[in-house]
Design a protein around this ligand. Structure first.
Ligand code: GDP
Length: 300
């Protein structure tokens, strides 16, 4: 697994450095606090969390009186950690205690990195000694099943697929059936995510979920969001949350943006934790989300 901190620091550093520079000004006047607010908003932290953070910082800086750079850094670190949250369970649930395979459904809009994330996650699990079955239930995007199967061959996971344009729910059903029959540890189901007809999506994902649950309950529903899409990503998150119970978020393409604040915004939006982050296109570019490493990467 890649080290979150070292891999993030290049792109994320800007936010923390900017905040520290502003906080270090001799006179923290209204304009400076506004600049601090703008910096947070630009990094996609979101309006309400930004206001909360600024309020707490203002209060604590006031109490502190004179302040050394170390004190400011420590204070900012603590407050950012509070915002990101350190007490959530961020483990991907793949080990049910019932003897059945762990069943993980991966959802999200096309292009966010769903298939890539499913492949990377399979790799992590296989490297951990678990046997994995992949279900290519994105039967809509022509190349998706091929792409997933290629991942499967690469990492050593069997892929169950159906005919192009076929019924996603029946592929998902077959994948879980296969997983049970061969005694696999985990079944990962990649799904389609075209958003232009919300009812279509609802029907399809709802059906996949129902059909899978004829076998056994889902252990995890991961929503994949592209970190570079800002507010749009949040709107997508809302739509998916209406259809399925999201249990964890995967934030992809964090390598390509300085807007790490989206971690905070999306957790608030859905009330579920970011569990994994995508840090590149390669097989090893998936990392568990660690709040401390993340905040350390932010403030450099
Ligand atoms: P899907 O349509 O949601 O299944 O998306 P894909 O898995 O096909 O990914 C879309 C594109 O995003 C591909 O070119 C991926 O290589 C790329 N991608 C996925 N995850 C990441 C990531 O964490 N970082 C970067 N830079 N690219 C990514």
């Amino acid at each position: 697994l890649v080290r979150l901190r070292t891999r993030l620091s290049r792109s994320q550093n800007a936010l923390g450095k900017g905040l520290l520079t502003l906080l270090s000004r001799e006179h923290l006047d209204e304009d400076t606090w506004e600049e601090i607010e703008d910096t947070l908003l630009t990094a996609d932290v979101g309006v309400q969390p930004t206001q909360e953070l600024v309020e707490r910082l203002r209060e604590r800086v006031k109490v502190l009186g004179t302040r050394t750079p170390e004190e400011l850094r420590g204070l900012l670190r603590e407050e950012l950690l509070t915002l990101v949250g350190t007490d959530s369970d961020r483990a991907v649930r793949t080990e049910p205690d019932t003897g059945k395979p762990g069943i993980v459904m991966v959802v999200g809009v096309n292009g966010t990195g769903k298939t890539t994330t499913t492949g990377k996650l399979a790799r992590v699990l296989v490297a951990d000694g678990r046997s994995v079955v992949l279900g290519a239930a994105d039967t809509f995007r022509a190349a998706a099943a091929d792409q997933l199967q290629t991942w499967g061959e690469r990492v050593g996971a069997h892929t169950v697929r159906g005919p192009e344009g076929g019924d996603p729910a029946s592929v998902a059903f077959d994948a879980v059936k296969e997983g049970k029959e061969i005694g696999a540890d985990v079944v990962l189901i990649d799904t389609a995510g075209r958003l232009h007809t919300k009812t279509g999506l609802m029907d399809e994902l709802g059906k996949v979920k129902r059909v899978v649950e004829k076998h056994a309950p889902l252990d995890e529903v991961l929503l994949v969001l592209d970190a570079t899409t800002g507010q749009n990503g949040l709107i997508q998150a809302r739509v998916f949350a209406e259809v399925v119970d999201i249990t964890g978020i995967v934030l992809t393409k964090l390598d390509g943006t300085a807007k790490g604040g989206i971690v905070v915004a999306v957790q608030r939006e859905l009330g579920v934790p970011v569990k994994l982050v995508g840090l590149g296109e390669g097989a090893d570019d998936l990392a568990p989300f660690e709040p401390e490493a993340f905040v350390d990467a932010l403030i450099g």
